[in-house]
Design a protein around this ligand. Structure first.
Ligand code: SF4
Ligand code: SF4
Length: 521
């Protein structure tokens, strides 16, 4: 291959700079999606989601409403119609990470198969149709959701834990001069790289495995995910078919096909045609063509873009699964009794609308100070997988915090003023008299009442004459909940000193609850 041409080098250089900067921006915003000692997050930490046209399309189709927060995605749509699939080559952090992965561990021999290229369109059709039919699955396939959720639930906690343990080890076992240095480095890391506190999440292994699978596919072909699976890539590819900026191979081409081999998106076929739907404008071909026979220029799109080439059988299969699967799964989920432990964050909109809007990005779980928000498994049915729920035994909803509503990109959790949030009821507490010490053992305990943050205390006491463990009759204060004051923040369940299951439990909606499910006394 020839030396880099001075003329084309700068464009490639700019693409790499853009990829690096957007990846850094993504990582910085990821880090800033955390409690930093302030009640407000002054940055648009969810901007990547708000620019994502797939999230916007699916959330609006599911909600049957215009979601103003997501209108920023029109910028990406507009630019794609002009420039083509630049988003995938210049902007997307997952695409950049996949490129980095290839740089670190290059693939020797690609096993490509053009028939896989249409999978992303089928997935896109499935996602949009399912969203329209009320079974939103976009969060399971959107690249930003996959990346942010995987990093939030597994990579970040693991990183935090490893770094923390390393410095802890140095502090405990290292010589004093070393621990002095290491402590100042550790405190610098805590201010910059590390999370506010160590968090642990359910489903972290599953999220990690999904992320690993995306990178493992790079062992089959470069940008496997982007070429074949990414539904956002599919949407942008569809729009790019009408784009004005296109690559051309000029007559000076001698047919060496270097461009075909180096194109990471396999957008250049053996005859030298550059498919605008696949080209992500990485500009490698422009840079590496030995004859300098490739150029990119604005050109009126062809009247009729090349057909997608999806077979009728596959198309009908996708359509039917998008029609049948959501209905089947939804009916199955709705016939269940609602799970009493499904407590949504404060500000969460009504359950059905919530699931329509939540894109399972994990931003709310990441920012939750007390690690109280955890991803759902099947508590909200199949359609609720990875959506957030409060698990009081792990953490409680901080009375003075409104962060989850500030970071939610789709408005699934409304941004509430603090005063309003403090009055928002997310659940109700009740005492399990078989567990609670003053009831079950006649032992005094007022821990839950002491922690209750509501101004008038939702936990009250009444005196009762009971037999204690020594068999003596004693007068003891027994707690009870004043329902009109309880907001269900979960602090009572969290702070209950009993091992294992607490003596006071918080559930989402006791009025609608089946009594056998919660063994209420
Ligand atoms: S195809 Fe998807 S994951 Fe790949 S760069 Fe484009 S948007 Fe990102
Ligand atoms: S509710 Fe949480 S997981 Fe769902 S979209 Fe909002 S921030 Fe993301």
């Amino acid at each position: 291959m020839k030396k880099r041409s001075n003329k084309t080098f700068p464009l490639l250089y700019w693409r790499r700079i853009a990829q690096t900067l957007f990846l850094l921006l993504f990582l910085v915003l990821f880090r800033l999606t955390d409690y930093k000692g302030e009640d407000q997050i002054p940055y648009a930490v969810n901007i990547f989601f708000r620019l994502d046209p797939l999230v916007a399309a699916a959330a609006m189709l599911a909600a049957r409403a215009l979601i103003s927060l997501l209108l920023l995605s029109l910028i990406v749509i507009g630019l794609t119609l002009i420039l083509g699939r630049f988003f995938c080559g210049w902007f997307c952090p997952l695409g950049t990470l996949l490129d980095l992965f290839q740089t670190v561990s290059p693939l020797k021999k690609e096993k490509s198969n053009v028939r896989r290229r249409n999978w992303k369109y089928l997935l896109l059709g499935f996602i949009l149709l399912s969203a329209f039919l009320g079974f939103p699955v976009v969060g399971y396939f959107d690249p930003f959701s996959l990346l942010v959720r995987g990093m939030t639930l597994s990579v970040d906690p693991f990183f935090n834990y490893t770094v923390g343990s390393f410095f802890d080890f140095l502090y405990r076992h290292g010589p004093s001069f070393l621990s002095q240095i290491s402590e100042s480095i550790y405190s610098f890391f805590k201010d910059t790289l590390l999370a506010y506190n160590q968090k642990f999440f359910y489903l972290s292994l599953l999220s990690l495995l999904i992320l690993i699978a995306i990178f493992a596919l790079e062992r089959i072909e470069r940008r496997f995910w982007c070429k074949n699976l990414c539904p956002l890539g599919g949407l942008l590819a569809l729009l790019s078919r009408f784009s004005w900026l296109r690559g051309h191979i000029q007559t000076s081409c001698r047919g060496c096909r270097v461009c075909t081999q180096i194109c990471r998106m396999e957008a250049i076929d053996q005859t030298g045609g550059i498919a605008s739907a696949d080209c992500n404008l990485c500009l490698d071909c422009l840079h590496l063509c030995p004859d300098k026979a490739i150029s990119f220029a604005f050109k009126k799109p062809e009247q009729r873009p090349v057909p997608l080439g999806i077979s009728r059988r596959v198309f009908i299969g996708t359509l039917s699964s998008a029609l049948i699967l959501p209905t089947f799964l939804k009916v199955r989920a709705e016939t269940k009794n609602p799970d009493p432990t499904l407590i949504r964050p404060p500000g969460a909109i009504k359950e059905n609308f919530f699931l329509d809007r939540c894109v399972r990005c994990g931003e709310c779980m990441k920012v939750c100070i007390n690690n109280a928000l955890q991803p759902c498994w099947l508590e909200a049915g199949m359609e609720g997988l990875f959506s957030p729920r409060l698990v009081p035994r792990i953490g409680y909803c901080e009375f003075n915090c409104t962060l989850c509503g500030q970071v939610c990109p789709t408005g699934a959790i409304a941004k509430l003023p603090l005063k309003e949030k403090q009055k928002t009821v997310i659940g109700r507490a009740y005492f399990d008299r078989n567990r609670c010490l003053p009831y079950a053992q006649g032992t005094p305990c007022i821990v839950c009442e002491e922690h209750c943050p509501t101004p008038e205390k939702a936990i009250k006491f009444r005196e009762a004459l009971v037999m204690n463990p020594e068999g003596k009759m004693v007068t003891i204060k027994q707690p009870y909940i004043l329902e009109s004051l309880c907001i269900g923040c979960g602090i009572c369940e969290n702070k209950c000193p009993l091992e294992g299951k607490a003596g006071v439990l918080v559930i989402n909606n006791p009025e609608g609850m089946v009594l056998s499910k919660i063994a209420m006394f």
